[in-house]
Write a protein that binds this ligand. Structure first.
Ligand SMILES: Nc1ncnc2c1ncn2[C@@H]1O[C@H](COP(=O)(O)OP(=O)(O)OP(=O)(O)O)[C@@H](O)[C@H]1O
Ligand SMILES: [Mg+2]
Length: 291
């Protein structure tokens, strides 16, 4: 069976305020393909165009030029966006700003209800999504306005998870969360990918998360796509990352430092485990006294 990519962009360019003194070229000639069922990470410095790019994946923005197709449909020609929104859930960069309901339950239930589901199914989805983001059922009757920033972010993410869309796009869902809460959400996303085949697109500043969770990664720099591929290949290139304004993962920075002191490892480790193995192998082969 032919499998449609989730997203395919061809020479996608996005210019804000075109033709005015405020003109900003946010994306330039982006050619990108995100396979269906992939866990895809998007990284880049602040202002590199990440949020702009993903808003094209569910029709929130229109290309200035170029094309975007989502699950095979050219979205620039699409008139009914509702069907797109039932396929692609987007968690915005600051989702907690979009909470308006009177209780946490109502907030998470909003999306599934809009899909026309019966209330039993809505309730089931609310409870499942709440578990996925690691919140207790006791929170459901609380007024969201009284919640802390981290908790309301998790509520907002649960609201999108409850839609159970075939694709989920999350714009820095972990920003401002404690490491444990962030990991819990990433694990829930990974589970959705592996168990339900959900396509996940994750914007993150944490390159360690990319290595741990993503199958593919793309790097944006000032609106241009400068690299894409497997995390262990892309993230093993410290110059590329530094040039894009990103901090290389610790093992990569450490290997670079060693190299600047004349100590060369036999491989380019990206994870702590790989780093330990690389050091072990290098020293087993030559012995520390030989260098
Ligand atoms: N609504 C907007 N109107 C005008 N310019 C915008 C708008 N949104 C973003 N921009 C500009 O477009 C460029 C890309 O911004 P974007 O928000 O996509 O970057 P980003 O990679 O998501 O950054 P961050 O990591 O800070 O979230 C920046 O120069 C930004 O100032
Ligand atoms: Mg952004």
């Amino acid at each position: 069976m032919f499998c449609m990519p989730f997203v395919q962009t061809t020479k996608l360019t996005h210019i804000y305020f075109k033709g005015t003194p405020l003109e900003t070229v946010a994306l330039k000639d982006i050619d990108l393909e995100i396979p269906e069922g992939e866990f895809f990470a998007l990284v880049g410095a602040s202002g590199s165009g990440k949020s702009t790019l993903v808003q094209h994946f569910n029709g929130l923005l229109q290309p200035t030029s170029g094309r975007v197709s989502v699950f095979g449909d050219d979205i620039s020609t699409r008139i009914n966006r509702n069907s797109l929104w039932s396929k692609v859930g987007l968690v915005f960069q600051f989702p907690e700003r979009q909470i308006f309901s009177s209780s946490v339950y109502e907030d998470i239930a909003f999306g599934p209800r809009n899909l026309g589901l019966d209330e039993n199914e809505v309730k089931h989805r609310v409870e499942t999504a709440l578990k996925d983001v690691g919140l207790p059922a006791g929170i459901l009757q609380i007024d969201p306005a009284t919640l802390s920033g981290g908790i309301s972010r998790r509520v907002a993410i649960a609201g999108i998870l409850a839609m159970q869309t075939p694709a989920l796009v999350l714009d820095e869902p972990g920003a401002g969360l404690d490491p444990q809460a962030k990991k819990q959400i990433l694990l829930a996303l990974k589970r959705l990918q592996l168990e339900k085949g959900t396509t996940i697109v994750l914007i993150t500043h944490f390159l360690e998360d990319v290595v741990d969770f993503a199958g593919l990664v793309a790097v944006l720099k000032k609106g241009e796509l400068i690299a894409s591929g497997r995390p262990k290949q892309v993230l093993a290139q410290p110059e590329l990352l530094l040039g894009a304004g990103l901090e290389p993962p610790f093992p990569v920075a450490f290997t670079r430092k060693l190299s600047s002191k004349g100590v060369r490892l036999n491989s380019s480790p990206v994870t702590i485990d790989d780093l330990a193995r690389a050091i072990q192998r290098t020293y087993q082969n030559t012995g520390p006294g030989d260098r």
